[in-house]
Design a protein around this ligand. Structure first.
Ligand SMILES: NC(=O)c1ccc[n+]([C@@H]2O[C@H](COP(=O)([O-])OP(=O)(O)OC[C@H]3O[C@@H](n4cnc5c(N)ncnc54)[C@H](O)[C@@H]3O)[C@@H](O)[C@H]2O)c1
Ligand SMILES: O=C(O)[C@H](O)COP(=O)(O)O
Length: 395
């Protein structure tokens, strides 16, 4: 079997090379694809191949992918958690300095100085007073979302002498372990906003987080506070942010998501979505996304999916059935009965559920015929059923 992978955007070569030739065809013009590999391209309006089995995001955010629609069809969406976190952290720290030291307007000022020699130097010295900044030690950074990126930003700010307060009601134990012990926990977003000199957003864009920073919340922020948004444009009410910067309640807005309305404004800095644009981050993200995709296509294993639980089972000698289904009673029972009726003995089985979805891997002592997989897929509540050949049968 050859797996067909359709790529969107520039996927780093290190990831593309991780697809073994002979087992994969990969490219931007592939049709009838088994899987999609994407960065930020918007897939919501793209037609989905009837063969589609998985979508992998070589990066963190999945708001460009129709996750709900894919979930309804039993199709996992993978991402690459943490793979680009260091790159984003570094740019956020640069953004912090930009916000506090007026670096962007100062550079622009220097570019415009005319003259040479002494007159040039005089213009430099005369002009610099317009760009007097503020230092970071002792100031408080509020980090909204303490996941892979927010956690690294919090720790880096601590090492710059800042106090850090964080807000993340869904903080995982794994991320909590990595956090500097003196990062203080805010009990609410408003508490964080009211106590911070700088606020940095590191949450995914979802219905629940759209316009998270709106007019009311900006009013809660300290006068002169700087807002950093390296997460997503839709997390802030842009008009409210602009109005607040103009009225000098907000001391600045530094973002990775430019928009015409943000340009040529004092105390606003907009970068061209550069957070994950380092060679290292692009390679890490592509390799992790390809690893996720390959393990799913070749073995049915699920790791780092945003809509399915982790389901990983070592391969046995025989074939495997991978079933995505609605999380309702008696699904595993019906799958087992169908396999028994086909004369297949179950060697190993793993079932996990998450929300409305469940996923089951069943290893058998033979190979699951396509007709049996198709009959199982026709069971009410089964979304996808796929027969996976024994490892020894791979080309
Ligand atoms: N600028 C860039 O190039 C760039 C690069 C990578 C990621 N991002 C953006 O950053 C986001 C975060 O990435 P990550 O790798 O840290 O993801 P992550 O999943 O590791 O962390 C996100 C954290 O946000 C928390 N969260 C969710 N809703 C929240 C809320 N309402 N309030 C507070 N916390 C909340 C979650 O519990 C989680 O801990 C991505 O979703 C993406 O949109 C941007
Ligand atoms: O969510 C992400 O990982 C970032 O926004 C990076 O997007 P990119 O892969 O298009 O640079």
């Amino acid at each position: 079997m050859i797996f067909r992978i359709k790529t969107y955007n520039n996927i780093n070569e290190a990831g593309l090379e991780a697809f073994p030739r002979g087992l994969y065809e990969v490219g931007s013009s592939i049709e009838s694809e088994d899987a999609v590999l994407v960065r930020s391209a918007r897939l919501h309006e793209q037609p989905l191949s009837p063969n589609l089995k998985a979508v992998a995001r070589a990066g963190a955010g999945v708001n460009n992918i129709p996750v709900d629609r894919l979930s309804e069809q039993g199709i996992p969406v993978f991402n690459a958690p943490g793979a680009n976190a260091n790159a984003v952290k570094e740019l956020v720290i640069a953004g912090l300095f930009m916000g506090f030291r007026n670096i962007a307007p100062a550079l622009e000022f220097v570019e415009r100085i005319e003259g040479e020699g002494e007159s040039f130097e005089k213009a430099v010295e005369a002009g610099k007073k317009r760009f007097v900044g503020r230092e970071l030690p002792g100031r408080r950074l509020g980090v909204v979302g303490l996941g892979a990126i927010g956690g690294q930003v919090a720790n880096a700010a601590r090492s710059l002498g800042m106090e850090v307060i964080g807000y993340d009601p869904g903080l995982t134990v794994e991320h909590a372990w990595r956090l500097a012990s003196d990062v203080r926990q805010a009990r609410s977003l408003d508490e964080l906003l009211g106590e911070s000199d700088v606020v940095s957003l590191h949450v995914p864009l979802m219905d629940k987080t759209r316009d998270l920073i709106n007019e009311r919340r900006i009013a809660v922020m300290r006068p002169g506070a700087v807002l950093l948004n390296f997460a997503r444009d839709g997390l802030v009410d842009r008009e409210a942010v602009i109005a607040s910067v103009e009225s000098e309640h907000l001391g600045g807005y530094v973002t990775d998501f430019p928009h015409p309305d943000l340009l040529k404004r004092e105390r606003v800095v907009a970068l061209p979505h550069l957070g994950a644009s380092t060679g290292e981050a692009e390679a890490n993200s592509a390799v992790m996304a390809v690893q996720n995709l390959r393990d799913f296509l070749e073995n049915g294993n699920i790791r780092h999916s945003v809509n399915f639980p982790d389901v990983v089972m070592p391969r046995t000698d025989g074939g495997r059935l991978a079933v995505a289904n609605a999380n309702v009673p008696n699904m595993v029972g019906q799958v087992g009965t169908a396999l028994a009726e086909a004369g297949l003995n179950i060697v190993d089985l793993l079932n996990r559920s998450q929300g409305e979805l469940a996923y089951t891997l069943v290893d058998v002592d033979g190979e699951v015929p396509e007709t049996v997989a198709a009959a199982i897929e026709a069971i009410d509540g089964v979304l996808k059923a796929r027969s996976i050949a024994p490892v020894s049968a791979r080309g």
